[in-house]
Design a protein around this ligand. Structure first.
Ligand code: GLC
Length: 742
């Protein structure tokens, strides 16, 4: 294998410049003269999308559940298993880097690519993304964590300018990237299309250099999203290593080096990283077959373990084998398994729900709808079929036209054809069960009251057809829990009505209050909360124990909890740990997810789970300190079955060395000094010196009071020890420096 430094020394400037741009749509350049090949990068997050040269259709690959439902498994092991099959298929097709995972924020359920992103919670997103990245790279296939960053909508994504305050940027947009950089070291990072604070992300030196390189210590390749490099030279000057999606700007970069606009040493850095990526790819390459059947089984398992049982009134589910049931909805025979855009795949085999449901029961089927528009004939036919059967299963969901890269949804409504269908069959059968396929939340408010059960399959991939049948009839026990809140209606959501902005101004008005951080803090009712999911059994929590009730910087908090299966069948429970800081200096969400664990329990079985929290579970980003810090004070540790189902909690006191509060200046009032423990003692001395009683200074207009008491102030020596005249600002400066006047 070649030595990067040796190769670099032999390269001409042109060869180095060529390493900084793609050779074609999916390949990098190599160095032909030295027999160093380019490498192949391709999508996607929900299965391999690989087109052979000149073929329109991608090669067959396994369509796995999309991130937005896979994350509802909260299952690190399952993420690893899915990543392994994707790595094997990459090796099979000779793909060196998979352009995944997507980890962008879910400011609104309308986000067109929410289906491709894990969760509204950045900790859950970052943790699962790190598992995927680590696993793929362990199997010799690189990844590209995307889209870096604040690319949280599809509307005007090539031109919009994200205006994000620093805390939101850090705690929401960047947090998944930060977690991944610590845990998984992705071979590449994909810089996004939009601008951030006026600078395109492919040339955004704050993000690419200050944060990614200096703060995160990232050493891999920064590549652009396809054709996202607007100013080529500026981009490479500010941290972009590899321009993808356009491959005709070599001269621009060459002449920039020759003119001295960009130093050759900068080009050397970029070329070196790309050579390192090529080397890692060649070292990781394996000639392998792909076990398509095993992969299909994994896709089925992943769908069954991710699906979320949102509602199950009167235990209508699981249905009995041999039941006489009606199945309605086109998605029962043409399942909606993925979103639109670059993550599309060509699945080798897709399980048809109707086929597998028929293996369990005596089924009458009616399509119910052909499109989003209501068809009265189809509805009438479905209502007729729904009479006198034990239950009706209605397949609902979005389509890959409404949930797709390149556009955001205009509303969260189910199509009118589906709403009319549900209401029609509910009119003739009391046991209506919804099987929903959508990559992001939909409004259930128009049908929720008419249905007994809702099983959310998400965009469940090619195995969801068998998975939903197993779940409906109890061969599988639902264990998924929502990784994105289902709001009651779009008007209740954090970014409404500002999302997706207008013109190119995209302002994150909701700031850090994204998802449950918003609903729980502002006590806004939701349809189904973050972390919610039912099972066919039940669980109790007990014995929440903390290793200590006092914590200091750098110390870890060990937590243990007992979980018992109190039902009559085996099941898996996802326990969530939230931290709340009720009296924080700056506003914080009412609670934040900081750890989670999934445990399988037999009927009657109890297990003890153990997790650990470090400073990152208590800290938050303090803009004027330019870093995360932990505030002294009280924190509540919650063990929960969902963000709104807190089972047990304990309080700890954190004694921090961090001083978060903004230092005062002479322009703060004396009352602020008086009321702040950092300046309280000196301030009181000054008051005594001035003969002014404390109660004069409990009001915010202190300076004017002091000025009114000017005689007292003037009684002071005319000049202070350092020769300056005594004045209010002078007084305050002395307080600041904890320095007495005489
Ligand atoms: C797209 C997407 C990105 C994808 C790339 C290659 O525009 O934004 O996610 O990986 O192009 O298809």
């Amino acid at each position: 294998m070649f030595n990067v430094e040796n190769v670099l020394e032999q390269l001409t400037l042109e060869e180095k410049v060529l390493l900084c741009q793609a050779k074609d749509m999916w390949h990098t350049n190599g160095v032909e003269r030295l027999d160093i090949p380019g490498i192949l990068l391709t999508d996607g997050p929900n299965g391999i999308r690989y087109n052979k040269p000149d073929s329109y259709l991608p090669e067959p690959s396994t369509a796995v559940p999309t991130e937005s439902i896979l994350s509802a498994s909260w299952d690190r092991g399952l993420i690893r298993k899915v990543a392994s099959l994707m790595a094997e298929e990459c090796q099979y097709y000779g793909i060196n880097v998979l352009l995944a995972p997507g980890v962008n924020a879910k400011r609104s359920p309308l986000g067109g690519r929410n289906f491709e992103y894990y969760s509204e919670d950045p900790y859950l997103t970052g943790t699962l993304a790190a598992e995927m990245i680590h696993t793929m790279q362990e199997h010799g296939v690189g990844t590209s964590i995307k889209h870096y960053a604040a690319n949280d909508q599809e509307t005007r994504r090539f031109t919009e300018d994200s205006s994000v305050d620093e805390r939101t940027l850090r705690e929401i947009c960047l947090k998944p990237f930060e977690i991944v950089m610590k845990k998984a070291k992705p071979w590449t990072v994909m810089a996004a299309y939009p601008k951030l604070r006026g600078q395109h992300l492919c040339e955004n030196s704050y993000l690419l250099q200050e944060i990614l390189r200096k703060e995160y210590g990232y050493e891999g390749v920064v590549l652009s999203d396809w054709s996202a490099t607007v100013n080529k030279v500026e981009s490479h000057k500010n941290g972009l290593d590899l321009e993808m999606g356009s491959f005709y700007r070599k001269e621009e970069l060459l002449s920039a080096v020759q003119s001295g606009d960009i130093g050759e040493e900068t080009i050397n850095e970029h070329a070196k990283r790309v050579l390192e990526l090529i080397k890692k790819s060649l070292e990781g390459k394996k000639e392998t077959d792909a076990d398509w059947n095993a992969h299909h089984e994994t896709a089925r398992e992943a769908s069954a373990k991710s699906a979320v049982l949102l509602k199950n009134e009167q235990g209508v589910l699981p249905l009995a084998r041999g039941a006489h049931i009606t199945v309605v909805g086109k998605f029962a025979e043409q399942p909606h398994i993925r979103g639109g855009g670059s993550s599309g795949t060509n699945s080798g085999s897709i399980d048809i729900p109707l086929t597998f449901i028929k293996e369990y029961a005596d089924v009458v089927y009616a399509p119910g709808y052909e499109s989003e528009q209501t068809d009265a004939v189809l509805i009438q036919e479905a209502a007729k079929a729904a009479k006198n059967t034990d239950a009706v299963i209605v397949f609902t969901g979005t389509t890959d036209l409404t949930e797709s890269e390149g556009c955001d949804r205009i509303n969260m409504l189910l199509p009118e054809s589906q709403i009319d269908l549900v209401n029609a069959v509910a009119g003739v059968n009391a046991n209506v069960i919804i099987v929903n396929s959508s990559g992001a939340p939909v409004e259930f408010r128009q049908i929720e009251g008419s249905v007994k059960a809702i099983l959310h399959m998400g965009l469940g991939g090619e195995g969801m057809g068998k998975a939903c049948a197993e779940l409906l009839f109890g061969d599988a026990n639902p264990s998924g829990k929502l990784s994105e809140t289902f709001p009651i209606r779009i008007e209740n959501t954090p970014a409404y009505p500002f999302y997706p902005g207008y013109n190119d101004d995209v302002i994150y008005h909701e700031e850090i209050l994204v998802g449950y951080r918003y609903y729980d803090t502002k006590k806004i009712p939701v349809q189904y909360p973050f972390g919610h999911g039912l099972s066919y059994t039940s669980f109790t929590y007990s014995d929440l124990r903390l290793s200590t009730n006092e914590l200091r910087n750098g110390e870890k908090l060990a937590i243990s909890l007992k979980v018992k299966n109190t039902g009559n069948r085996i099941g898996e429970e996802i326990v969530q740990f939230y931290v709340s800081a009720p009296k924080s200096y700056m506003p914080r969400p009412e609670k934040e997810l900081k750890e989670f664990a999934k445990v399988e329990l037999k009927p009657g079985e109890t297990k003890e789970i153990h997790v650990k929290l470090d400073d990152s579970a208590f800290s938050y980003y303090i803009p004027h300190l330019h870093r995360y810090a932990v505030e002294s004070g009280e924190y509540i540790i919650m063990a929960a079955a969902s963000s709104q189902d807190i089972r047990l909690s304990e309080t700890i006191i954190y004694h921090s060395e961090d001083e978060l509060r903004l230092p005062f200046t002479e322009y703060n009032s004396m009352g602020e000094f008086y009321n702040d423990d950092r300046y309280e003692n000196v301030t009181k001395k000054v008051y005594t010196k001035l003969g002014i009683t404390e109660n004069h200074f409990m009001f915010p207009i202190l300076s004017s009071i002091i000025v009114k008491d000017l005689p007292a102030v003037m009684a002071l020596p005319k000049v202070s020890p350092d020769g300056e005249p005594i004045s209010i600002p002078k007084l305050q400066r002395c307080l600041l420096e904890n320095r007495w006047i005489d």
